[in-house]
Design a protein around this ligand. Structure first.
Ligand SMILES: [Ca+2]
Ligand SMILES: [Ca+2]
Ligand SMILES: [Ca+2]
Length: 563
């Protein structure tokens, strides 16, 4: 399929793509979905035919449940199904051939190895052979039609297992397998390429296990893999596109609960941090339908006094709709989409571009797509008033000294014209408090040597972005204990539009003009402040620091970016 048929057009956009490839970062996102009817924790969730069965668990006052409720992500609705024969909590569940196997935990209030099989099609339950080692807070995973029940705890906390038992649903039999290297409970497991990865958990009261351990059922052997960055127990994990997402959990069952999401790539044996789950929780369940993870229930209160009903949907690898990275979704992107339609490889996703992507694309048609790291963005497109609105956050800024809106005078739509005498804009605190990276960018036209484009209030010094008093070249004086300024040799006060930027990536700081690096050094022992920013004036509002010219499109990122 070719749209806008001409190959010249396509070549042009491929060229454009290669220029902007650095900005093609996918943004993982969370969305709230319909609540589960019965709030609970210590439940399991399993997927059959694109629907998720949330099974058992406990509710407020630690009442164990028989409850089975089924969630359909396609309609965002819940349906009640047949109760389990016994109450069940702190078990694990796995699916083989469209049937769900509920294994271990507390069954009818007793520590158990009980196995019950649920058939969602007939909505019926069947008792199967017990797991040899009764245990709770275990984890189960499926490889080649067999279920591996891994680790867990005995009746008492602190007495936990390294046990691996394999269940074959076809023969209804259990077989003991090689012990895991590190005993643990309240863990999670995931499968990639026929291998099981054991993640998180503890080997005793708050004795968190950092090591990821990999089990190969084909050889019945274990190997140690990279540590999880945030050790935790009572977490859940799910696998999408060969990567395992470790979600939530806690450090102390009566204390801090995590919203943390970390992605493990077994191929690279490495971890990266992903977007936090909106609601921190422990003892939740997660399941995957159509590449999206559903985080269901759990708890965040001490002593397990209450459970959650909320469902939050996580899209770890959304299709990047702004294919050429120009922050707009328009015909240019559509042309690229057409170019890579149904091809095995494309520069913007690691799978085939398909109809679902096209639907997502249509949803974003003619919309603006901004980078996730952008925390404040003053477009300065206003036409009147004393407020410069923030387009991404809650950092609306205030004009002082009567600067003039120039709705047709900007590099991107309108800009703000400052008189160099007393005009400036003040913002609430955004970044700059601690030794954390940030990036600031602005377009400027005009100005004179010694004037300041951006500074932090009440922090003595020239400013984050300023011009050298002698020649008008771009300088920064971002303060630290070993205070010294960093100067470029490029003049910005020549009456032309320039995009100026400071990227602070401790201990590195770099200046950019028109997205090209013009100066860099290391600047350790950085100080900080929780003060807001001045746009167009020095930090002490001293005469001579006020900017005389146009300022447009001021952006603050909470990460070190490549402009
Ligand atoms: Ca675009
Ligand atoms: Ca004025
Ligand atoms: Ca503008």
């Amino acid at each position: 399929m070719k749209l806008f048929g001409g190959s010249k057009v396509s070549l042009l956009f491929i060229g454009l793509l290669s220029i902007t490839a650095a900005s093609l970062t996918a943004q993982d996102t969370w969305t709230k979905k319909a609540d589960m009817p019965t709030a609970r924790y210590g439940l399991s969730s399993s997927v059959v035919d694109g629907k998720i069965c949330a099974i058992g668990g406990a509710t407020a006052s630690q009442k164990d449940l028989r409850t089975v409720e089924q969630y359909d992500p396609a309609t965002d609705t819940w349906t009640k199904k047949a109760d389990m024969p016994n109450t069940r909590c702190w078990h694990s569940a796995s699916v083989v051939n469209g049937k769900i196997y509920i294994i271990g935990g507390y069954a009818a209030g007793t520590l158990s190895g009980m196995v019950e099989e649920y058939d969602p099609v007939t909505d019926t339950w069947t008792r199967k052979a017990d797991m040899p080692t009764p245990r709770w807070v275990l984890s189960t995973s499926v490889v080649n039609g067999k279920i591996y029940a891994i680790a867990g705890a005995a009746e008492a906390f602190g007495e936990c297992f390294d046990t691996v038992e394999e269940y074959d649903p076809e023969t209804d039999t259990w077989t003991r397998k090689a012990d895991m290297p590190t005993r643990r409970f309240a863990l999670s497991t995931g499968v990639v390429n026929g291998r099981i990865y054991v993640i998180g958990g503890a080997s005793g009261w708050q004795a968190f296990v950092r090591a990821v351990e990999e089990y190969d059922p084909a050889t019945d052997t274990w190997a140690r893999r990279a540590n999880i960055p945030t050790p935790r127990w009572w977490l859940s994990s799910s696998t999408v596109n060969g990567k395992i997402y470790a979600i939530g959990g806690c450090v102390d069952v009566h204390g801090v609960t995590f919203s943390t999401v970390e992605e493990y790539d077994p191929q690279k044996d490495s971890w990266i941090k992903k977007a936090d789950m909106p609601t921190p929780r422990k003892a939740l369940a997660t399941s995957v339908v159509n590449g999206k993870i559903y985080a269901i229930g759990g708890s965040a209160v001490p002593h397990w006094d209450a459970g959650f009903s909320m469902v939050e949907e996580y899209h770890p690898d959304p299709f990047i709709v702004d294919l050429n990275g120009d922050e707009k979704v328009d015909f240019r992107d559509f042309s690229l989409l057409a170019e890579y339609w149904r091809q095995d490889e494309s520069p913007f996703t690691n799978r085939r571009v398909n109809c679902e992507d096209l639907a997502v694309f249509a949803d974003y048609w003619l919309q603006e797509i901004l980078p996730a790291s952008l925390v404040a963005y003053w477009k300065l497109d206003e036409t009147e008033g004393v407020i410069a609105y923030d387009s991404v956050g809650n950092y609306d800024a205030t004009l002082h000294g009567d600067p003039i809106w120039q709705p047709a005078g900007g590099i991107v739509n309108g800009a703000l014209e400052l008189d160099g005498l007393d005009d400036f804009v003040s913002t609430p605190f955004v970044v700059g408090a601690v030794d954390a990276p940030f990036s600031v960018l602005a377009w400027v036209k005009g100005g004179a040597p010694g004037q300041v484009i951006l500074s932090q209030k009440a922090v003595p010094g020239v400013g984050w972005l300023a011009t050298d008093p002698s020649n008008g070249s771009l300088v920064t004086d971002y303060p630290g204990l070993l205070r010294r300024s960093l100067a470029s040799e490029t003049v910005v006060t020549d009456g032309q539009w320039h995009r100026v930027g400071l990227v602070w990536d401790p201990p590195d700081r770099a200046l950019y003009i028109n997205d090209v690096e013009v100066a860099r050094d290391k600047h350790p022992l950085l100080g900080g402040s929780d003060a807001g920013l001045y746009i167009g004036a020095g930090s002490d509002l001293a005469p001579g620091t006020f900017f005389s010219g146009l300022i447009d499109d001021v952006r603050i990122h909470d990460q070190a970016i490549e402009p």
